[in-house]
Ligand binder design. Structure first.
Ligand code: ATP
Ligand code: MG
Ligand code: MG
Ligand code: MG
Length: 346
């Protein structure tokens, strides 16, 4: 069977996707699968790369450029990835990958794929929509104010007043559809709030402003379709308050504590909320559910990531590894879940 590994992509998380893809290439069981590389460039071109029968010698193989067409790479139409006896692994993060668009395309060309479907991807990617849905099932979340670009453009003063009437400084300002902390900043006063809003609107016309809270960050890995499994929570142990892009991928000074050293009741609660959120959002395949935990042991669900960071150092595969499911087996499970999901719809 073939795995069509879709990576790169048009979002600001392009480079993260390449890192995730490389880890996948290192762990796939090549005695069962061949891997067809398909790279999506930053400007949205689809480039078909080599078909791998074994672990590649280096990461070089992933750096496909359409200029090389003819030797190792060839520009294709997206629908040309369709083939029998294959499953797509869209290891794409952020908009145009994790937000239901690619998933919808794959449904349309009738290809099985790994991970969440259209509705789950779209509603989990959009932080405002996620909050509305999870509110309906009583999952605790930090106070927030959604602000659309139009509202901000028409009446900035009203937006300031609305935020300051509901929240206290500092506040976290986020594009509703993004990941890897791209476009997110913390605002300590009105001036910074204005800057933060302008920054966030570079990425999305939908922005959410949240109460900033001092909290530990714990994450639960979820795996399954109808039968949903969760891991014990892990903790992102950081010496910075804001787990930003640099601390995620550049600085390398984040430690993951697995399992998190937290009371058993809190572990249980986090897993319950993670499962409830996943089920409510219609999850399938996988998700990583992120929480804030205050010093009073109050839990707030922050978000669900339907295609979490997938490098061998990332939290999601590490949580499963510690639960007894090594990276290669995890990929295998995800492929089976994707195939089951596809066959069930037939
Ligand atoms: P991911 O890479 O996990 O998809 P993301 O871009 O979707 O990240 P969030 O997880 O919402 O963004 O926020 C990124 C980080 O910003 C958090 O891990 C945390 O360090 C900080 N943060 C976000 N919201 C808050 C908040 N309300 N209070 C305090 N810190 C926050
Ligand atoms: Mg996220
Ligand atoms: Mg993300
Ligand atoms: Mg997060």
């Amino acid at each position: 069977m073939r795995i069509i590994l879709l990576y790169g992509g048009q979002s600001a998380e392009h480079d993260v996707s390449i890192l995730s893809a490389f880890s996948v290439l290192n762990a796939v069981y090549y005695n069962y699968y061949q891997v067809q590389l398909v790279y999506i460039t930053k400007d949205g071109q689809w480039v078909k790369g080599p078909l791998l029968n074994e672990k590649p010698a280096s990461e070089e193989v992933l750096h496909l450029h359409w200029q090389n067409a003819g030797d190792t790479a060839q520009v294709i139409q997206a629908c040309q990835i369709k083939e029998d006896n294959a499953i797509v692994l869209p290891i794409l993060h952020g908009p145009n990958g994790e937000d239901g668009t690619i998933q919808g395309f794959l449904e349309t060309i009738d290809m099985p794929y790994v991970g969440a479907g259209v509705m789950t991807s779209a509603s989990s990617m959009d932080k405002i929509t996620t909050k509305y849905i999870l509110h309906a099932v009583d999952i605790p979340q930090v106070p927030y104010v959604p602000v659309l670009k139009n509202q901000w453009k028409e009446n900035p003063k009203k937006v300031f007043e609305q935020c300051e009437g509901t929240l206290l400084y500092p506040m976290f300002v986020k594009p509703a559809n993004m990941g890897s902390s791209v476009g997110i900043s913390e605002a300590h006063n009105r001036e910074e709030l204005q800057e933060a809003l302008i920054e966030a609107y570079r990425y999305d016309s939908r922005v959410v402003i949240e109460q900033s809270i001092e909290a530990r960050e714990i994450e639960v890995a979820i795996l399954g379709n109808e039968d949903v499994r969760t891991t014990l929570p892990g903790e992102i142990v950081k010496d910075v308050a804001f787990y930003d892009y640099n601390s995620k991928y550049i600085d390398n000074n984040i430690k993951m504590q697995i399992p998190a050293k937290i009371p058993e009741e809190v572990q249980e609660k986090a897993r319950q909320y993670a499962k409830r959120a996943y089920t409510t959002l219609g999850g399938s395949g996988l998700s990583r559910c992120d929480f804030f935990l205050t010093s009073k042991n109050e839990l707030f669900l922050n978000e669900l990531n339907t295609m979490p960071g997938f490098t061998q150092f990332s939290m999601y595969p590490s949580l499963w590894e510690k639960t007894g499911l090594p990276y290669g087996d995890l990929i295998e499970e995800l492929i089976q879940l994707g195939l089951n999901q596809y066959n069930q719809k037939k």
